[in-house]
Design a protein around this ligand. Structure first.
Ligand code: NAD
Ligand code: UGA
Length: 448
């Protein structure tokens, strides 16, 4: 087994960089891990008792490694660490481009390229540069070009090591990954990265491929996952028209071992910072390479998701007995404080635009940050308990599957007379809602 690298740096202290480096530092106590970010507020939060990312188990892992072999440092204070690093991970955002060629579809690589320029300027000796961010296939070529332009004599190898963690289960996913993927042609560099992960990941789970296959595999994995959600959501609409129950259909389909039971839960639509942007990136790549039929195939996964969110918002507005709506859940899934691309953004915007007043509760999402992303504040109030949100509401929209929404005491909720609960996750206690005399609509269930 190759020796572990002595010093590693990660640029980007976000939802991926922070938890991933914390786990590497905890599992490899001899490796010095420095995480850099240009956002000084974020770095201060990583160094505080209130971490910027909420993930079950994260605080304990950071607590064990921080100050020992894990440091969170503001970008310019990390130049010495960068110069000495054997391995540098790039873990910055790759959002959808908003202007220029490919706007609305292609991934915006400007943050990645800024990192490459920064590494080219400050790295010394030979450095392994690892794409941790999700990239379009052949993006490594661009990074290699930027790195090659350095004037310091430093040399580089670029590897692709995409991350497969899901938010809410990030620590479990990092500690016991289905697989770690390393793509690259330089055998010595691949072996160094393999040695790092082999400190806790069984060797048969560390897969190696060519660079382009690794880049494309990440987009493909997200596209397949999102496609399953759109597939089940498409059938949820048919269930509502025909009397079939989507939960029963999912359970039956999922018992086929060739299909499997995961990722078949009907919902108000998938959210999160990655599925949409990675699907669009794939669509753009297909168009760019002259494959319009393939592009249209994947575009439909995105379109169906948009339709699911808008039909849910219309259903809530139609069910409301007055203009006051309780929204339960703003995060894009449970156990995270992340609301990027959350269905709640689209549903709440649509309700506010149609003149409703929204009282929203989420156990982890910061209301002020949500409002600033929403772009509309009139009519929206974030409250600190579910009970406050429910008081006087003419309809309740359940948008996130937080465990506490499964056990709400509907008999005690001071809803308006005739109020309806519209469950976008299929999680509420149906008998309790009906016993409390409330109307109920559940995604993928025929009207009772
Ligand atoms: P994020 O927005 O949470 O974090 C990115 C961080 O990079 C920010 O803190 C930002 O300030 C910093 N940054 C940007 N440019 C910088 C620069 N030039 N120098 C220093 N710091 C800089 O993003 P994220 O959710 O961690 O995602 C990062 C990448 O990982 C994306 O490509 C994403 O597609 C991929 N990914 C995300 C997840 C997830 O669950 N969020 C999972 C797998 C893969
Ligand atoms: C997803 C992938 O699962 C990760 O493997 C990947 O690393 C990550 O994207 C990424 O590249 O960012 P994440 O978005 O954090 O992870 O969360 P998921 O559990 O995949 O959920 C995504 C969305 O789909 C959520 O809104 C969730 O509620 C929804 N979903 C998921 C459903 O509606 N039904 C399901 O059955 C599963």
């Amino acid at each position: 087994m190759d020796p572990l690298p002595e010093k590693i740096v990660c640029i980007g202290a976000g939802y991926v960089g922070g938890p991933t480096m914390a786990v590497i530092a905890e599992r490899c106590p001899t490796v010095e891990v420095t995480v850099l970010d240009q956002d000084a507020v974020r770095i201060a939060a990583w160094n505080s008792g209130h971490l910027p990312v909420f993930e079950p188990g994260l605080a304990e892992i950071v607590g064990r490694a921080r100050g020992r072999n894990l440091r969170f440092v503001e970008q310019q204070a990390g130049l010495a660490a960068l110069a000495e690093a054997d391995v540098v991970f790039i873990s910055v955002q790759t959002p959808t481009k908003t202007e220029g060629e490919g706007a609305g579809k292609a991934s915006d690589l400007r943050y990645v390229e800024a990192c490459a320029r920064f590494i080219a300027e400050h790295a010394r000796g030979h450095t392994i540069v690892v794409e941790k961010s999700t990239m379009p296939v052949r993006a490594a070529e661009r990074i290699q070009q930027v790195l090659a332009s350095n004037r310091t004599g430093a040399t580089f190898t670029v590897l692709s090591n995409p991350e497969f963690l899901a938010e809410g289960t990030a620590i479990r996913d990092l500690l016991q990954p289905d697989r770690v993927l390393i793509g690259g042609e330089d055998a010595a560099a691949v072996a160094t990265l393999q040695a790092l992960y082999a400190a806790w990941v069984p060797s048969e789970r560390i897969l190696t491929t060519g660079l382009w296959s690794a880049e494309l595999s990440k987009l493909a994995a997200n596209a397949f996952l999102a496609q399953r959600v759109s597939s089940i959501n498409s059938l949820s609409a048919l269930c509502e028209r025909t009397g079939a129950e989507i939960a029963e259909v999912s359970a039956v389909v999922g018992t086929d071992s060739r299909i499997g039971p995961k990722f078949l839960k009907a919902s108000v639509g998938f959210g999160g910072s990655c599925f949409r942007k990675d699907l669009l990136s794939l669509v753009y790549l297909c168009e760019h390479h002259g494959l319009p039929e393939v592009a249209a195939y994947w575009q439909q996964v995105v379109d169906l998701n948009e339709w699911q969110k808008s039909r849910f918002a219309a259903e809530v507005a139609a069910a409301a007995k007055n203009r006051r709506i309780a929204v339960l859940g703003l995060a894009f899934k449970k156990d995270t404080n992340d609301f990027r691309e959350s269905a709640a953004l689209q549903v709440v915007r649509s309700l506010l635009r149609s003149g409703c007043e929204v009282l929203a509760y989420d156990p982890q999402v910061d209301g002020a940050r949500f409002i600033s992303e929403l772009g509309i504040s009139a009519g929206f109030t974030a409250v600190s308990t579910a009970r406050q949100a429910l008081a006087g509401a003419g309809a309740v929209a359940v948008l996130t599957e937080w465990d506490e929404f499964r056990t709400l005491t509907w008999g005690e909720a001071a809803l308006a007379p005739g109020a309806t609960v519209v469950d976008g996750r299929g999680i509420v206690d149906r008998a309790a809602v009906r016993q409390a005399g409330r109307g109920l609509r559940v995604i993928g269930s025929p009207p009772a």
